[in-house]
Design a binder for this molecule. Structure first.
Ligand SMILES: NC(=O)c1ccc[n+]([C@@H]2O[C@H](COP(=O)([O-])OP(=O)(O)OC[C@H]3O[C@@H](n4cnc5c(N)ncnc54)[C@H](OP(=O)(O)O)[C@@H]3O)[C@@H](O)[C@H]2O)c1
Length: 370
């Protein structure tokens, strides 16, 4: 399928528009003149919609907010929203980032990726006007554990690597591994991190096959550690929350197996998503690792702490924390997105500074001043 030709092709829709990444996707599209149908879980949540509405009148594009429940996607929840749209940016996933909706659980995580994506795709097909779907997958679908999983030993992940890529006959086979020490089978979908990787892999692969039969393209982004400016206090979650903890004088690394931070800017994810919809190089099954630009974006915990201390000299970053050694993984670069889409990325220092500044300016954290 040809790409969309731009705003003149019709409106576009974004799922998960109120979220950290989704809000930047909406902003980028509005700034580039698109009419955006922004779907959110709850349109009455002012704390999660005001920054979207504020985008109106700031450029040629516009944004309209529409409430849709991802878990009703299979009932045609998105049918009306996608009517007449040229592209759909499917960013939403139930990550348990908002405590108002209960604890994260593996089955919900999987369903929020896989079952919900099936419903979203059905609505895209019914619309008949959608040319491109840009799916926000994850580096977990590239690097996640599982049979055939790579990693370690300085391995550089590639855009076409898959988590759980070993030979299998059933989906259960594919995601059942043998415990290294006990020899017992481990059902990965019952473990939170793996349920997420599994949901993203299955959703992506289903989406490509579905698109082939339905005359549109699905392209995916697979981001790793996403950082960069927050638009709202509500976005003080995931990796940006750890940066905030460091600025509050805490370690930000408790309870975590230390591995490299592999950082990409949230603004670069938004930009690449628009470029993918408009690209005549990207096509169905195009998949882009959105990870570090180069080695400067692959930081050990010590390098991250040192950079933050340098960027915020008046703040007692991470208290007196001196991190232990960390694993030499994961290594991955966003070279393909730069080469094929012409993506221009932010420097990691800019990303870290913007993350910290926005956390402070929004009042999401109280920095530990020296
Ligand atoms: N952040 C990262 O480092 C990272 C890395 C790799 C991939 N990703 C992927 O990027 C996407 C966005 O993540 P994020 O970091 O921006 O997280 P986020 O802020 O939690 O965004 C998730 C979005 O999905 C929406 N959502 C969740 N359950 C829903 C439901 N039942 N009905 C409708 N909407 C629902 C949320 O709505 P509410 O605003 O109402 O909660 C929110 O807008 C996800 O697909 C995630 O897997 C993120």
């Amino acid at each position: 399928m040809p790409p969309i030709s731009g705003p003149a092709d019709g409106p576009v829709a974004v799922t998960g528009a109120s979220g950290y990444i989704g809000s930047h996707v909406v902003k980028n599209l509005v700034e580039h003149g698109y009419t955006v149908r922004a779907t959110v879980r709850d349109a009455t949540r002012e704390d999660k919609t005001s920054y979207l509405l504020a985008m109106n009148g700031k450029g040629e594009g516009s944004v309209e907010i529409i409430a849709c429940d991802l878990f009703k996607a299979h009932e045609g929840e998105y049918d009306d929203v996608f009517k007449g749209c040229s592209a759909v940016f499917h960013v939403a996933a139930d990550l348990g980032t908002d405590p108002a909706y209960g604890e994260r659980d593996p089955q919900r995580t999987f369903d929020g990726c896989m079952t919900a994506t099936k419903g979203v795709l059905d609505s895209c097909a019914k619309a008949g006007t959608v040319k491109r779907v840009v799916y926000t997958s994850s580096s977990a679908a590239v690097m996640g554990l599982g049979p055939g999983g790579k990693g370690g030993g300085g391995y550089e992940y590639q855009d076409d690597d898959w988590a759980g890529a070993g030979p299998y006959e059933t989906i259960e086979d594919r995601w059942t591994v043998t415990h290294r020490k006990t020899g017992e089978p481990r059902k990965l979908w019952l473990l939170e991190r793996q349920a997420y990787a599994m949901g993203k892999v299955e959703a992506e692969q289903y989406a490509y096959a579905f698109a082939e039969k339905n005359d549109f393209d699905v392209c995916s982004v697979c981001p790793c550690h996403v950082l960069g400016p927050l638009m709202a206090k509500a976005h003080n979650t995931t990796w940006q929350k750890r940066i905030g903890q460091m600025l509050m004088g805490e370690t930000g690394h408790e309870g975590r197996r230390h591995s490299l931070w592999n950082i990409i800017d949230v603004r670069d994810i938004a930009e690449s998503q628009r470029l993918m919809a408009e690209s005549d190089v990207a096509k169905n099954r195009s998949r882009y690792l959105l990870t570090a630009t180069d080695e400067s974006g692959e930081l050990t915990v010590q390098e991250l702490v040192d950079t933050m201390r340098d960027l915020f000299p008046d703040i007692n970053v991470a208290g007196g924390y001196e991190p232990e050694d960390c694993l030499d993984e994961p290594h991955a670069k966003c070279t393909k997105a730069i080469r094929e889409l012409g993506l221009k990325t932010h420097s990691v220092r800019d990303t870290l500074k913007a993350t910290g500044d926005s956390l402070i300016n929004l009042g999401a954290i109280q920095p530990a001043m020296k």
